[in-house]
Design a protein around this ligand. Structure first.
Ligand SMILES: O=C(O)CCC(=O)C(=O)O
Length: 343
């Protein structure tokens, strides 16, 4: 009986493409409806699910919240929500590219040919190999940075000229700014130079930009102290260790002391050896907090810091005069190898 139900569900999900014409979407909704969020990540298709959401211009966390198993929204409500999130109409070319990729067909970059677009130099690639991070200068234009920084300030009802406004209630204690789909953010995700660099590191062009938020890390004050994130990993450190990248785009000039992104350069290459030196039963995430060599990485507006996802990283207290304003940007291929065990 159970097998029959599973077979019926599989046939339904293969056939039901809904209003958006994406076969995989129905299956995703079915799974989200029947499983809790944690189990939901452990299907063996987590990479494909991330591609689905990125291709639909959705953030992973907001989607998990919408598909909360306690609310169980209908598939039609899910589609309505997706269309509304996209301003009432989907981008047809983007949908066609997503459908092709999900069907396993080859797709190129989101912005067409990357031939002739400036990428990383051999020296920068060698730096990346050694240190596990690289600063990509002028990944987006100054004008595009200004537009995205202005969007963040507007979202916060704040102004770069009014220090008191950097610590408002809407902002709370976190340095994250939950602005996701502003056109200026979207433009930065489609910068050809930025896409070219990610495609060099991944060695492929079928990349999808995650719909990540912005950030504003203001100078510390007596009544406002840096809340983190301090040194950490966002991925599992269980073997086998897989390739992956993350990125942050500086929207304003960011000297090292102005709350810059920080990391332990080269650590990803000695991770295995370091894990072996830990006493039995030690928690590697706690041990990492005592590790030396966590350094801030300075950059100018328009510079993108990309790091290997096994590099311990975080942000830093801002001892400067102005906030650090940033946009988080990561591009990943349609499918990638990942380790399912979480440590
Ligand atoms: O905002 C930063 O500088 C650090 C970002 C970070 O820790 C992350 O994206 O996981």
């Amino acid at each position: 009986m159970e097998n029959m139900m599973a077979a019926t569900a599989a046939v339904q999900s293969a056939e039901h493409t809904g209003r958006l014409g994406i076969p995989y979407l129905f299956r995703y909704w079915q799974r989200a409806n029947s499983l809790g969020a944690r189990q939901h990540q452990d299907t063996g298709e987590w990479d494909l699910e991330c591609t689905l959401l990125a291709g639909l211009n959705l953030n992973v966390l907001e989607t998990a919240r919408f598909l909360n198993p306690h609310d169980r929204p209908s598939f039609e409500a899910f589609e309505d929500w997706i269309i509304a999130a996209n301003g009432g109409a989907m981008d047809e070319a983007g949908l066609a590219r997503l459908c092709a990729a999900l069907a396993g067909n080859p797709v190129g970059s989101a912005v067409g040919s990357l031939d002739g677009v400036e990428g990383l130099t051999p020296q920068e690639l060698a730096f990346w190999d050694e240190h596990g991070y690289v600063v990509v200068h002028n990944a987006v234009t100054r004008a595009d940075c200004d537009a995205a920084a202005a969007a963040i300030y507007k979202f916060l009802d704040a102004s770069p000229a009014v220090p008191g406004s950097w610590y408002g209630r809407k902002f709370g204690v976190s340095i994250w700014v939950p602005l996701l789909r502003h056109p200026a953010f979207h433009a930065n995700r489609r910068s050809p130079r930025l896409i070219k660099v990610f495609s060099q590191l991944w060695g492929r062009e079928d990349l999808w930009a995650t719909v990540d938020q912005g950030g504003l890390n203001p100078p510390e004050r007596e009544d406002w102290k840096f809340p983190g994130p301090r040194v950490h990993w966002d991925v599992t450190i269980a073997p086998p260790h897989r390739f992956g990248v993350q990125g942050i785009l500086y929207l304003t000039d960011t000297p090292a002391e102005q709350g810059a992104f920080s990391c332990i350069p080269g650590f990803h290459r000695r991770l295995n050896e370091w894990l072996r030196t830990l006493p039995a039963g030690a928690n590697p995430h706690d041990a990492l907090k005592r590790e030396p060599g966590f350094v801030p990485i300075a950059g100018n507006a328009g510079d993108l810091v990309i790091w290997h996802h096994l590099l311990p990283h975080g942000s830093s207290p801002n001892r400067g005069r102005l906030p650090r304003v940033a946009q988080y940007i990561t591009l990943r291929p349609t499918r990638w190898d990942y380790t399912r065990e979480w440590v």
